[in-house]
Design a protein around this ligand. Structure first.
Ligand SMILES: *[C@@H]1O[C@H](CO)[C@@H](O)[C@H](O)[C@H]1NC(C)=O
Ligand SMILES: *[C@@H]1O[C@H](CO)[C@@H](O)[C@H](O)[C@H]1NC(C)=O
Ligand SMILES: *[C@@H]1O[C@H](CO)[C@@H](O)[C@H](O)[C@H]1NC(C)=O
Ligand SMILES: *[C@@H]1O[C@H](CO)[C@@H](O)[C@H](O)[C@H]1NC(C)=O
Ligand SMILES: *[C@@H]1O[C@H](CO)[C@@H](O)[C@H](O)[C@H]1NC(C)=O
Ligand SMILES: *[C@@H]1O[C@H](CO)[C@@H](O)[C@H](O)[C@H]1NC(C)=O
Ligand SMILES: *[C@@H]1O[C@H](CO)[C@@H](O)[C@H](O)[C@H]1NC(C)=O
Ligand SMILES: *[C@@H]1O[C@H](CO)[C@@H](O)[C@H](O)[C@H]1NC(C)=O
Ligand SMILES: *[C@@H]1O[C@H](CO)[C@@H](O)[C@H](O)[C@H]1NC(C)=O
Length: 413
């Protein structure tokens, strides 16, 4: 079903599809970013009477805005590609790198609602939507992704397809080695081959390395408005991979409490990035302004896989989560272990969490909102207690009635 949906979407995109190549050069003329991709945007906007939704493609005449793009400003390592089109619309891709990979750390789509050719009947104004893009590749490799890579933001959805892209180019051209996106690798985890497994246990779960619970780490993120994320939690990443001898294995990694972390704050999105060795975890929190709730919308997990694995590393993400939800101004608390399913081959387990995102007064956790799991756990003793109390009451009433009956009996004789 999902595959058919993708094909249909691909066919729709294909109708008008034409990818163009964008390049960013430094002052000496050396190319640092090369990118070739197709993009479909879907924007929700308000007219006087209702909310409209409009989809359009990045046009063929889209061009690099040289003044806004850069190979790296002084002291910074980030590289920026800005592609402009039409009447004041632009797509900003900010790249960052670490020791072994580069990624789009922020994608911003800036659009002009006054452009009536794209947004008929709109009330107008310049808007912006931004987010980490979930696009990451090893340094000195070309990132390739034919399938659709979706990025959901508030009011805007961006679909990338047929992407060939590389930042921090070593040699003015795409590197020969590739990093392929997860969307192009639907069979990363091959089903276990039965000849390797005794018939009696053909449904055996993958072998897991037993681990202790992770230690609790303390994390905080601040922006220009002050602190926007405060968390104490134990984090564990659970991944499944196929090996060269065609078995499926899984591995559990605890993040140490001193994991280095960073993040960003803005009005609609808060991110928390954690890196421990080759393992990195990125959380994206969103706010539902009308419901006054915040929640975890996206997780990106990258990790190196052990030597026997068919792939060198794993890059799993899911941007349609609705986890760790609480009221803005309050903190989310859960003593029970919570497992957040990301994809068929990765999940993140969270232990003993207290978390607050967006509005935090006095740099301290606000009133606690207990998670459902904890509430259920508390409910059991309450139900058992109530049942016992009820039983005692019934026995007591039965005894009193019995006593009254027997008294009455004596009197009649
Ligand atoms: C990618 O490009 C190919 C060839 O240019 C085209 O046939 C295909 O429809 C494109 N796929 C998507 C998802 O846009
Ligand atoms: C850009 O991508 C399209 C489709 O993937 C391909 O046909 C085209 O040759 C590419 N352009 C360049 C300059 O690489
Ligand atoms: C937005 O669109 C309007 C109408 O096309 C145009 O007058 C205005 O200059 C545009 N704004 C920008 C920043 O390009
Ligand atoms: C870079 O390109 C030049 C010329 O094409 C080539 O001689 C050189 O080996 C390349 N270097 C690397 C690291 O690929
Ligand atoms: C491509 O990857 C292989 C294996 O990791 C490595 O040995 C080789 O040097 C890489 N090639 C280039 C041009 O970087
Ligand atoms: C974290 O702590 C461990 C031991 O407790 C230490 O080996 C490691 O270097 C520390 N890492 C960082 C980033 O401080
Ligand atoms: C915000 O919450 C309301 C009420 O729970 C819900 O109807 C709406 O779909 C949510 N909006 C988003 C963008 O999640
Ligand atoms: C993302 O997570 C949601 C909720 O757990 C799940 O329904 C959905 O299938 C996941 N998406 C992908 C692409 O795996
Ligand atoms: C945030 O983290 C820093 C460094 O770990 C710490 O010094 C500071 O006290 C923390 N702030 C809060 C409000 O917890």
């Amino acid at each position: 079903m999902a595959a058919r949906g993708l094909l249909l979407a691909a066919a729709l995109l294909g109708l008008l599809q034409a990818s163009s190549t964008f390049e960013v050069k430094d002052k000496s003329g050396k190319i640092c970013i090369l990118a070739n991709f197709s993009v479909q945007f879907t924007v929700e906007y308000n007219t006087k009477t209702k909310t409209e939704s409009k989809s359009f493609l990045l046009p063929v005449n889209a061009h690099v805005i040289k003044e806004a793009s850069s190979c790296s400003k002084e002291k910074e390592t980030s590289q920026v590609l800005v592609v402009g089109f039409g009447a004041g619309h632009s797509l900003h891709l900010m790249f960052e790198k670490n020791a072994d990979s580069y990624m789009i750390s922020n994608l911003t789509f800036s659009y002009n609602l006054s452009d009536t050719s794209l947004f008929p009947d709109s009330s107008g104004g310049q808007r912006e939507a931004s987010k980490a893009a979930g696009i990451q590749a090893e340094l000195n490799t070309t990132y390739r992704c034919h399938n659709i890579h979706r990025i959901n933001m508030q009011n805007v959805t961006v679909l990338f397809s047929n992407v060939t892209l590389e930042a921090y180019l070593p040699n003015n051209t795409f590197s020969k080695n590739d990093s392929t996106c997860a969307e192009d690798n639907p069979t990363t985890v091959a089903p276990p081959v039965t000849t390797h497994i005794p018939t009696t246990s053909s449904l055996a779960p993958p072998t897991t390395t037993p681990t202790t619970n992770p230690d609790i780490g303390r994390y905080n993120v601040s922006g220009s408005q002050g602190i926007c994320l405060l968390a104490t939690m134990g984090l564990q990443v659970s991944i499944t991979y196929s090996t060269k001898n065609k078995t499926v294995k899984s591995e559990v990694l605890n993040l140490p409490p001193n994991t280095t972390h960073s993040g960003t704050c803005d009005n609609s999105t808060v991110t928390l990035n954690l890196t421990s060795g080759s393992t990195s975890l990125s959380f994206q929190f969103m706010q539902n302004v009308s419901a006054e709730k915040y929640f975890l919308q996206g997780i990106v997990v990258t990790a190196n896989l052990p030597l026997g694995a068919t792939e060198k590393n794993i890059n799993a993400f899911n941007h349609s989560l609705n986890a760790l939800k609480a009221t803005v101004g309050k903190s989310y608390k859960c003593v029970a272990e919570e497992s957040i399913w990301i994809s068929a081959n990765a999940s993140v387990n969270i232990y003993n969490i207290q978390l607050q995102v967006f509005k935090i007064s006095g740099d301290k956790f606000g009133a606690v909102e207990e998670c459902q799991l904890d509430e259920n756990n508390m409910l059991i003793p309450i139900i058992v207690g109530a049942a016992l109390a009820g039983l005692v009451l019934i026995v007591l009433i039965a005894y009193l009635i019995g006593r009254k009956r027997s008294h009455a009996g004596y009197q009649t004789i």
